[in-house]
Design a binder for this molecule. Structure first.
Ligand SMILES: NC(=O)c1ccc[n+]([C@@H]2O[C@H](COP(=O)([O-])OP(=O)(O)OC[C@H]3O[C@@H](n4cnc5c(N)ncnc54)[C@H](OP(=O)(O)O)[C@@H]3O)[C@@H](O)[C@H]2O)c1
Length: 245
């Protein structure tokens, strides 16, 4: 078995308070080589520089998961440099700040949310699966949300809290994708799980409403990204605990 550091790819790292950056930091602090990606390459560069300044092995790259070309480019780059991918963290999401009733949602806007959250993630998984198969222990984490759960009374699909309905619906579909893929990959060493970071203070607005510190939210994602051989696959987790969905 090679002693080369594990290689991770994290999507949606455009904000200094975002979970994506923190996941990159926590992975890199474990000695993992991390590709920190964002739609805007200047954001990826600035955030990666911050981590490189702390001596971490972090590389920045543009990645728009809605674009076949962009997704193919990152897969090609990782293939050329490392020949494999060990960890894929699908952190990017579509969302809107609006919270109309589901009967009145603008369907073009809803389609954009689903396009990123479900199809963007699916596209990147398809493009990187050949590289994950070359790893001894491929791990995929779909960063999901309790908004896509049936059973969460506070944030779930039955919640009365006004949140964009397309977000919860897209995350429910992402959870379904997680199960379907885990089933397909059952006989391989690849594990795929959905993880909710919990209500996390990734903006001043969420901090004011009592969101947990960002490192705490990221911890469960990093746990699923670094699961051992006997770890689970096909589940939905929050704080390392299996949730029914
Ligand atoms: N914060 C919470 O309380 C909470 C709770 C439950 C789940 N989550 C989940 O945690 C993850 C991170 O959330 P966050 O709070 O840290 O928010 P965030 O920083 O806004 O994360 C979303 C990221 O997705 C990126 N993105 C959107 N469309 C993209 C595309 N086509 N290609 C690539 N990237 C794209 C955004 O980039 P741009 O800046 O370019 O738009 C942004 O970097 C999300 O999956 C979210 O659903 C968060």
């Amino acid at each position: 078995m090679s002693n080369a550091p594990r290689v991770a790819l994290v999507t949606g790292c455009s904000r200094s308070r975002g979970l994506g950056l923190e996941v990159c930091r926590q992975l890199a602090e474990q000695g993992i080589t991390v590709f920190l990606t964002a739609r805007d390459p200047s954001r990826a560069r600035a955030l990666a520089e911050e981590l490189r300044g702390r001596g971490l092995d972090v590389h920045d790259h543009q990645l728009d998961i809605s674009s076949d070309e962009s997704v193919r480019a990152i897969a090609r780059l990782i293939e050329e440099r490392h020949g494999r991918l060990d960890i894929l963290v699908n952190n990017a999401t579509g969302s809107t700040p609006d919270a109309p009733p589901v009967s009145a949602v603008d369907l073009e806007s809803a389609q954009r949310v689903v396009d990123v959250t479900l199809f963007g993630t699916w596209r990147l998984i398809q493009a990187t699966l050949p590289l994950l198969r070359k790893s001894n222990a491929g791990r995929i984490v779909n960063v999901s949300s309790s908004a896509g759960l049936h059973g969460d009374p506070v944030w779930g699909l039955n919640s009365k809290i006004p949140v964009d309905p397309s977000y919860g619906i897209a995350k429910a579909a992402l959870n379904a994708l997680t199960v379907k893929l885990a089933t397909e990959l059952r006989e391989t060493s690849i594990k795929i799980n959905a993880v909710c970071p919990g209500f996390t203070a990734t903006s001043p607005r969420l901090a004011a409403r009592g969101g947990r510190p960002v490192p705490e939210g990221a911890e469960g994602v990093v746990w699923a990204a670094t699961l051992g051989e006997d770890g689970p696959s096909g589940g939905f987790y929050r704080d390392r605990e299996l949730q029914a969905w």
